[in-house]
Design a protein around this ligand. Structure first.
Ligand code: FE2
Length: 567
């Protein structure tokens, strides 16, 4: 039984980070953005130095104490003296796993699926290892009885040709940050109408072919199209709609005060449809090829798109969908470590995550040191009063419209706040959306997401009892039942969908949600990540206390205490 470390970082990578498996058990996983306090999309070409620092501290071991170090796809960590700096002199313990194989192993071996399963990985590009002729953007594996059986498809096209790449390009074109704001496009799409002529033109390129099993036209050179100059002009030229396109824009939007917004929403709706149709055609063809395989694991950046995941989950033939919670490249390091664990026989079958609280935690003494500023490094929290946690009080404050910061134990691995570092509020008033955007300096288009008591998930949302496990990680949308839409408007999108986190009794949210339900008769709260605009999700109690002090939240829970401002 081995100690295995998975690492991402360096080279062309974004989403640097580290994970650790000991004796076949997932012990630790951290994305670089948390300890570095810099959003992932800004950490490109960088080594995971802060992740390694906190890993060594939190686990009381050195990188070199691991038996194996596995790199998620080739990168600059594998050359030079990076490992030497950490005392890793035996280079034979360092190996590399292909990018999409990491995506797939991470997803499948945390799905718990024992039945016949298809695992599909799709992203904007991926990296090459053995696929030297281009960027690999998709892989498909089959599995049964809890084990990977075989790789059945590899897709290689230019990075700029993929539908995830198209989505990222439109995200930039609409003024957002790609690798960060794709969810905003998903949110806007529901407000827009598909622009049929643009859709047709794009569909000619991004169309699934059963013959090649590509969504893209292989070898079509669109690099210049996406990378330089005015994206729109190149889009027009590509679509061969120059005059018609301009006239259409004029006719459609001129004189309307919402024109710019509508134009953006329509573009979002169009690119969303391209991606949905492409992904659905792909999985439906996989079903035709492998009709006995009715469970599906989805991984890779494309499946950060919760609406695509919803559409796949709604297919009749699909028994269950599981979306890898760290589906973007932040989940690669764990996939790399799992690959080695499977190879060694330390992991024998797919097993559900116990939880994704795999980051740093702070014990009571450390919290006290921060709260009382014992080392003189923290803020002055004298005007913040601490009480033993009283969930009755917290539940009533939530019902009264207060916004609550929530810190519990180890922080989450992956992009979502799922019980350890969150902001909670009630969902019964639409205005909560503006209030939170204003307090957090955000500009969320997608509604904030709900958490729902496990026993009420089917009552509030049209889940058909399907894919509850993946909904524990907030990676899929469901339609909200009509009778609940007006009760919880703050978390329901304009198309009636919501992205719930199903909260089971072992989740840290369960107690507060149960208490709020007793008080309000509503089994749903709003949950958003605990961070101000531009900052990664908080990791330490000190960051949380500062947000209380600065009025971002009205009340703060840290483990067994709650805190309020005294004025
Ligand atoms: Fe990827």
């Amino acid at each position: 039984m081995a100690k295995i470390i998975g690492i991402t970082g360096g080279g062309n990578h974004h989403d640097a980070g580290i994970s650790y498996i000991d004796n076949g058990k997932i012990k630790y996983a951290v994305s670089e953005e948390r300890p570095r306090r810099q959003k992932n999309y800004k950490i490109i070409h960088e080594k995971p130095t802060d992740s390694i620092r906190v890993f060594e501290r939190d686990n009381n071991m050195k990188l070199n104490d691991a038996d194996y170090i596995v790199l998620a796809s080739p990168n600059s960590l594998s050359v030079g003296n990076f490992f030497q700096d950490y005392g890793v002199t035996d280079r034979s313990k360092v190996s590399v796993v292909n990018h999409h194989t990491c995506h797939v192993y991470g997803a499948f071996y945390t799905s718990g699926f024992q039945e016949k399963t298809i695992t599909l990985s799709m992203d904007g590009g991926g990296m090459t290892q053995d696929e030297l002729s281009g960027n690999c953007y998709t892989k498909t594996f089959l599995s049964d009885k809890g084990n990977i059986l075989e790789e059945v498809h590899t897709g290689i096209v230019g990075r700029e040709s993929t539908i995830a790449g198209l989505y990222a390009a439109f995200t930039s074109y609409l003024g957002f940050k790609s690798l960060k704001d794709e969810g905003k496009l998903t949110g806007m799409a529901a407000h827009g109408k598909v622009w049929e002529d643009l859709y047709t033109s794009l569909h000619n390129i991004h169309q699934y072919s059963e013959e090649t099993q590509y969504i893209e036209v292989p070898n079509y050179n669109r690099n210049s199209f996406y990378s330089t100059g005015s994206y729109l002009n190149q889009l027009i030229s590509l679509c061969r709609l120059r005059d018609e396109f301009k006239n259409n824009v004029k006719k459609r939007y001129e004189g309307d005060e919402w024109s710019h917004h509508l134009y953006r929403c329509d573009l979002a709706a169009t690119v969303q449809k391209i991606c949905e149709v492409g992904a659905l055609d792909k999985v439906n063809h996989l079903h035709k090829l492998y009709p006995e395989y009715k469970k599906i694991c989805l991984t890779g950046g494309l499946f950060a798109n919760v609406k695509i995941n919803q559409k796949i989950n709604e297919l009749d033939w699909v028994d269950e969908v599981y979306v890898y919670p760290p589906m973007t490249d932040c989940g690669l390091n764990l996939g790399a470590a799992l690959h080695k664990a499977v190879e060694l026989g330390d992991v024998k079958k797919s097993k559900k995550f116990d939880n994704v609280f795999l980051g740093t935690s702070y014990n009571q003494k450390q919290v006290d040191d921060i709260y009382f500023n014992r080392n003189g490094k923290d803020d002055d929290f004298k005007n913040i009063v601490r009480h033993s946690l009283d969930l009755d009080f917290v539940g009533k404050e939530l019902d009264d419209g207060k916004i609550v910061g929530w810190v519990n134990g180890r922080y989450e691995f992956g992009p979502r706040a799922l019980g350890a570092r969150s902001i909670l509020s009630k969902t019964t008033e639409r205005g909560v959306h503006e209030e939170l955007n204003s307090r957090l300096g955000r500009n969320e288009v997608m509604p904030f997401a709900p958490i729902v008591l496990d026993e009420y998930a089917d009552i509030v949302f049209e889940t058909n009892g399907k894919s509850h496990y993946t909904a524990e990680f907030m990676t899929i949308c469901y339609q909200t039942r009509d009778e609940w839409k007006d009760t919880i408007p703050a978390v329901v999108h304009v198309d009636g969908s919501a992205r719930p986190q199903i909260v089971k009794s072992d989740n840290p949210f369960y107690g507060v949600l149960k208490k709020y339900h007793e008080i309000s008769k509503i089994p749903v709260l709003l949950n958003t990540s605990f961070n101000n605009h531009g900052e990664p999700i908080i990791e330490s109690p000190g960051q949380a206390l500062r947000h209380l002090k600065n009025g971002i939240v009205d009340l703060l829970v840290i483990d067994n205490h709650h805190y309020i401002r005294s004025e």
